[in-house]
Ligand binder design. Structure first.
Ligand code: ARG
Length: 464
């Protein structure tokens, strides 16, 4: 296929030609390329750079190409060098000289930069709203479980009693930050590189404000050299995506653990689990595992984008053509993971009995023994020692702390008598629901707090 440029008369080696072509990848930007070209052609006409009739012919042919592309009847020629030369070639084939005029005042360097921004703005917005949908799905599950007791863990060892809703809200807290990162990335990506030319703008009287506005950007980019060489928006998307996938993979790991026979806290519903081809009894949490697995691939995309640009001198270098494959893969992976994660959360069937029973063993109320002593004036470290002794005694007697008698307490530590703590008071204080209910400070697991937090997050997830 004829090139837009000519270097010597012998032409590219066909193998190198195929090697350099990016159309198989950037053909995906056809709609964005047409959109950018429409704004550019319209501006050329308004500025008198092209005769009004040529500009009009260009705009209407580009619009025709756009609807053909949308219906699938126009697909980039695989022999084209890239999507930009394909579009210019197509215009020239259909319009002759008017087609040859479209590239005045622009370069493929600002063209590809604007295409990417248009693509990324949509991707950022989708990832943000996908994160909000994931939050909503979690809230739907959390709603009914503000009083559902479960063990909270540190080091994967039972630590203190919490509720299922509280644990789920921890996931939401992370996803809220993710949504914020996508929104921030979108705001920074919202500058239009069109009119930056190859690296130094154009000597033609372009109206960059007009094209920026036409394309829905909040302003034109500030420096033509930076605008054509910069791929920060790709990196920012991939970085936000990596943090998101890091979170999703942690949550999915919990789903995998919780759905094991050993935990038995949840069942993954049929919409998201698979059986085994050999073991008829199996119900595997594949959706959670695949999301967990996708994280590595997204981190890889981020690293590719960073290494691609490291040490690259200003301005454009053809190396940058490699950005798209990594970016598209990251974007598709994020879209897919967010969609399936929300479905996975909806499919979870919690087993309240298993969670409560797990919270009842492992002395999750041990800290509260010490805290009751502290409330009665005992220094924390001494109280901690007495509580630890109480746990050891319970272990040897096969009791729970709430079952200790007054004489057990006297044998454990004189601090209980000094603090005036009687067995009944201790038992009431160590009731697991009471332990959770009194943790009602900001950020705590008390049902009143988690209900407020659910309401706050509902409002957040509903807003732009
Ligand atoms: N296919 C190229 C890319 O994706 C478009 C820009 C080509 N610019 C150039 N000067 N060869 O980056």
């Amino acid at each position: 296929m004829a090139k837009l440029w000519e270097v010597g008369s012998s032409g590219l080696d066909p193998r190198v030609d195929a090697f350099l072509s990016s159309v198989a990848v950037d053909g995906r930007l056809l709609a964005e390329d047409l959109e950018g070209s429409i704004a550019h052609a319209r501006m050329l006409g308004k500025q008198g750079i092209l005769p009004a009739a040529s500009a009009e012919a260009l705009v209407s042919e580009l619009e025709a190409l756009r609807s053909e592309a949308a219906s699938g009847s126009l697909v980039p020629d695989p022999k084209a060098e890239d999507v930009h030369s394909f579009v210019e070639g197509e215009l020239t084939r259909r319009l002759g000289d008017a087609g040859r005029a479209v590239h005045a005042g622009r370069s493929r360097n600002d063209q590809v930069a604007v295409d990417l921004r248009l693509f990324l703005k949509k991707a950022f917005a989708r990832a943000r709203s996908g994160s909000l949908s994931a939050i909503s799905a979690i809230l739907d599950l959390a709603e009914g479980h503000t009083a559902t007791l479960m063990p909270g863990y540190t080091h994967l060892q039972r630590a203190q009693p919490v509720t299922f809703a509280f644990h789920l809200l921890a996931w939401c807290a992370a996803l809220e930050r993710d949504a914020g990162r996508f929104a921030d990335g979108l705001a920074r990506a919202d500058e239009c590189p069109l009119g930056s030319g190859a690296l130094a703008g154009s000597g033609l009287p372009l109206d960059r404000e007009a094209t920026a506005k036409d394309l829905g950007f909040c302003r034109p980019s500030r420096n033509a050299m930076d605008a054509t060489a910069d791929r920060d928006a790709c990196v920012e998307y991939a970085a936000a995506a990596s943090t998101l996938l890091m979170h999703l993979s942690r949550f999915c790991e919990e789903v995998v653990l919780w759905s094991s026979e050993e935990f038995g806290f949840v069942k993954v519903g049929p919409a998201c689990s698979t059986g085994s081809s050999i073991m008829p009894q199996k119900r595997n949490p594949d959706t959670a595992e695949v999301i967990r697995g996708k994280a590595g691939r997204v981190f890889g995309g981020l690293v590719s984008l960073l290494v691609l640009q490291k040490g690259l001198p200003l301005a454009y270098g053809r190396d940058l053509q490699e950005d798209k494959e990594a970016l598209f893969d990251v974007v598709d992976t994020v879209d897919g993971c967010l969609e399936s994660f929300a479905i996975l959360v909806k499919s979870l069937e919690p087993n309240l009995e298993r969670m409560r029973r797990a919270a009842e063993t492992g002395f999750l109320e041990a800290t509260d023994i010490a805290e009751l002593l502290v409330l009665k004036g005992i220094p924390f470290r001494s109280a901690y020692g007495a509580a630890k002794q109480a746990v050891l005694t319970c272990l040897s007697l096969g009791l729970r702390p709430a079952d200790l008698s007054n004489s057990d307490l006297a044998g454990i530590s004189p601090l209980f008598a000094r603090a005036g703590i009687r067995a009944e008071e201790l038992a009431a204080y160590l009731d697991l629901d009471a332990c959770v209910a009194r943790r009602n400070g900001t950020g705590g697991p008390a049902p009143e707090r988690t209900r407020d937090e659910i309401a706050r997050l509902r409002a957040f997830a509903a807003g732009w």
